[in-house]
Design a protein around this ligand. Structure first.
Ligand code: NDP
Ligand code: 8X3
Length: 257
């Protein structure tokens, strides 16, 4: 098993949900954390709390992953002690809306495409050359069951996660002659801010998504990410699909009445 103490980790979307849970899980391992996202106050508070609790180095970085210039600049201007990124967790992402394509909001589509797909590409492009130069690293893409299945109302969100799935596979091919490992962790239903964001702040609609069933917790996914990157160097976990026990597929969920 690889010891994660003092490994430098960059997490996108660390201000809530799965990204925040990853930050906490790796803080327990005493990794060095670069925490990125748009909500600066939340990132700073998380960084301060983790530093105080685990006596680790943390760096909150305000970053809108949709802005390619911001992404490039943020990576290039990292302080020296955070420059050697060992692990990149591509987690930032969102769904917007559940409407049919014919009724869809082009703004919602562009937000999903720009964040989930293009943003992931920008940050990966900025981080990989350093990993290649240093001769190692891990890239973990948080995909989704929506990366291999499509469900009603999922259309563009599912397309972005299918794209993440393809990029993960493409990256693994491109990096096969390097020691860099590329993994996909693909969750089913996890109760985070995800559904609140998807329903544009409508809490009742968001709560209804999980009604009568037991969803995953963000911590369940963080544990999986921890497992993936702590395997011995010759082991590459290519894909991990993780579902709640109450979910069988994107469209089959058992709900107690
Ligand atoms: P949350 O809404 O709780 O977290 C999403 C994170 O992404 C936030 O930290 C947010 O930070 C960040 N983010 C969104 N847009 C941007 C942006 N433009 N620039 C930088 N950061 C951004 O949801 P989850 O934790 O559930 O989602 C994390 C990932 O997991 C996503 O990729 C999602 O698609 C995926 N996923 C989620 C599932 C679920 O059921 N919850 C299931 C399968 C996959 P901020 O707002 O501060 O910028
Ligand atoms: C998020 C989970 O249920 O919308 O990727 O496919 S779901």
């Amino acid at each position: 098993m690889i010891n994660l103490k003092d490994k430098t980790l960059l997490i996108t979307g660390a201000s809530s949900g799965i990204g925040e849970a990853c930050a906490k899980a790796f803080a327990r391992e005493r990794s060095k954390l670069i925490l990125t996202g748009r909500r600066t106050k939340l990132l700073k508070k998380l960084a301060d709390d983790l530093t105080a609790q685990f006596d680790i180095k943390t760096l909150p970085v305000s970053l809108d992953i949709r802005d390619k210039n911001q992404v490039k600049k943020a990576i290039e201007s990292l302080p020296e002690q955070y420059r050697s990124i060992d692990i990149l967790i591509n987690n930032a992402g969102l769904a917007r809306g559940v409407t049919k394509i014919q009724d869809g909001s082009i703004n919602d589509w562009e937000e999903m495409i720009d964040t989930n797909f293009k943003g992931l590409l920008y940050i990966t492009r900025a981080v990989i050359p350093g990993m290649i130069k240093r001769g190692g690293g891990d890239i973990v893409n948080i995909g989704s069951i929506a990366g291999s299945q499509v469900y009603p109302g999922g259309n563009v969100y599912c397309a972005t996660k299918h794209a993440v799935n393809a990029i993960t596979k493409g990256l693994r091919i491109d990096l096969v002659d390097t020691p860099i490992r590329v993994s996909a962790v693909d969750p089913g239903m996890v109760e985070t801010e995800y559904s609140i964001v998807r329903y544009h702040g409508d809490k009742d609609s968001a709560d209804a998504v999980y009604k009568g069933m037991n969803p995953l917790h963000a911590e369940d996914i963080a544990e999986a990410v921890l497992f993936v990157v702590s395997r011995p160097v010759h082991v590459q976990i290519a894909e991990m699909l993780i579902l709640p026990a109450d979910q069988a597929s994107a469209m089959v969920v058992h709900r107690k009445r």
